[in-house]
Design a protein around this ligand. Sequence first.
Ligand code: SAM
Length: 246
Amino acid sequence: GGKLFLVPTPIGNLEDITIRAKKVLTDADYIAAEDTRTSGILLEKIGVHNHMISFHKYNSKERAPELIKLMQDGATIAEISDAGMPVISDPGYILVQECINNNIPVVPLPGPSAFATALIASGFDAQPFTYYGFLPRKAMEQKGYFEKMRDFRGTSIFYEAPHRLAKTLKTLAEVLPAERQIVAARELTKIHEEFIRGTVAEVSSYFAENVPRGEFVILISPNTEAPKQLSWPDLIKLVNDLVQKG
Ligand code: SAM
């Protein structure tokens, strides 16, 4: 019967395509690709020749039912995005939901994703972590997220475009304690792979001298400050208030 395969593709280094991913892409009846031109280049390089259907965030609403119909008629579809895992800050989510609603099996393949790749080399504890994807662009809205990251007792991860990095770090500096460690993971798996580690001020000054280029994952280390403790008078007042409320 029909099936949806979710197939990760490399985030830079072509050798990161898995043997199974290549097999699934070759054997599928159709490849649903976010950008058929980008994926065409990749598929050519890895030696996969197959039919592609365009499936991106602007056509997914109307395209999803068509793909569902194909799978109901027995087709297997391999869904890919431009890079890394589909669904992770990429299209695919709607199609997965529709498959579940229509009892069509969803088969995810493991493979590269930028956030997990960055996390394991960050030096920050990976349990727990929160992945935010791309943050809103307005500083005001970003601040709300940065406050959550400041307080979170785990690692926070987000994606940022190179031309917005300096401004975003400036906003981050207004919220994060000065000594808190962050990492900017750049061009993962590629020739210019680089990890810039330090406080927000240190990382910012690095990028003041080295214009941010390429792709970035930003990680914020966990909040390790001792939890705020109540004083005895505060505690007694709290208990009294609770008792009075019944
Ligand atoms: N689906 C992808 C994944 O699994 O990571 C993410 C797609 S999202 C549209 C693209 C963003 O992911 C980039 O702007 C960048 O923040 C991050 N990214 C992708 N590849 C990267 C790489 N090689 N190094 C660092 N960040 C990367």
